[in-house]
Ligand binder design. Structure first.
Ligand SMILES: *[C@@H]1O[C@H](CO)[C@@H](O)[C@H](O)[C@H]1NC(C)=O
Ligand SMILES: *[C@@H]1O[C@H](CO)[C@@H](O)[C@H](O)[C@H]1NC(C)=O
Ligand SMILES: *[C@@H]1O[C@H](CO)[C@@H](O)[C@H](O)[C@H]1NC(C)=O
Ligand SMILES: *[C@@H]1O[C@H](CO)[C@@H](O)[C@H](O)[C@H]1NC(C)=O
Length: 221
């Protein structure tokens, strides 16, 4: 089963951060502070653009997050929240698409099983991203004084949990595509079709991870 191939969470987390968040961490650290670029609470697409520039897929990041510029304002917490919202939405879309594929009677048996594994893994990703979204909603409410401030330790635990969950979602997307590697799974055509349904989620997760990682770097240990 695909589950047995999955890495343990801490291992996944460090691998994923190295692979897809390294550049964001560096670029993120070099981002101008909101006050330096004349950003008000009202929002400014340049805040989104500036942070997106440091992600692995900047055009996708900007295209999906610019519509939230007003909701984000100049808050990295809200930007991370919006990024996780979009990724959660993407995971639901991928799950639905893979459910349709798994239900299609034309797949070879190996591919049909891989598609069912995908539905289960992507379903996990939806749940983990849902938890991440809730955690960021809490963090935003605290930042805005609408909820009592958690202790530093709890705030750190929360952002680390979100990193773990979002990286697990990224791994789930990768594992889903990996399941179609062999010829027995139907070859290039099927692989390409699966990639088309899942790669968006993988890219959105990588971007969200970068932004959450930047936020984690601003959260005291
Ligand atoms: C948005 O930010 C840019 C700089 O990045 C600044 O020139 C512009 O005036 C800002 N716009 C608003 C509406 O704050
Ligand atoms: C980001 O998207 C906005 C809105 O679509 C656009 O105006 C802006 O030029 C884009 N910025 C970058 C850096 O791509
Ligand atoms: C995230 O999604 C929720 C539910 O749709 C919405 O209320 C919230 O404003 C979104 N957050 C951001 C920062 O856009
Ligand atoms: C998910 O699907 C809906 C409906 O097709 C679409 O409007 C939305 O943009 C998709 N979201 C993502 C992140 O792919």
């Amino acid at each position: 089963m695909a589950g047995s191939l999955r890495l343990t969470l801490p291992l996944r987390l460090s691998a994923v951060l190295l692979l897809s968040c390294w550049s964001c961490g560096i670029a993120g650290a070099a981002r101008p502070a909101p006050s330096d670029v004349g950003l008000g609470r009202g929002g400014n697409a340049s805040f989104v653009g500036a942070w997106c520039a440091g992600t692995k897929y900047p055009a996708l990041c900007n295209a999906t997050l610019s519509p939230y510029a007003a909701a984000v304002g100049a808050s990295l917490t809200r930007l991370a929240w919006a990024a996780l919202n979009v990724t959660h939405d993407g995971a639901r879309n991928s799950t639905k698409a893979m459910k349709r594929m798994a239900a299609d009677g034309h797949l070879a048996p190996v591919a049909a099983e891989a598609a069912r594994d995908c539905v289960s893994m992507l379903g996990d990703a939806v749940d983990l991203l849902g938890q991440s979204v809730e955690a960021m909603e809490e963090a935003a409410a605290e930042e805005e004084g609408q909820a009592p401030q958690q202790s530093r330790r709890m705030a750190r635990f929360r952002v680390d949990s979100v990193l773990t969950w979002a990286s697990a979602a990224l791994t789930d997307g990768h594992m889903c595509m990996e399941g179609f590697k062999g010829q027995a799974a139907g070859g290039g055509g099927v692989r390409k079709a699966v990639r088309g349904r899942v790669v968006g989620l993988v890219h959105l997760s990588a971007n969200a991870l970068c932004i959450v990682n930047a936020m984690a770097n601003q959260t005291p240990p």
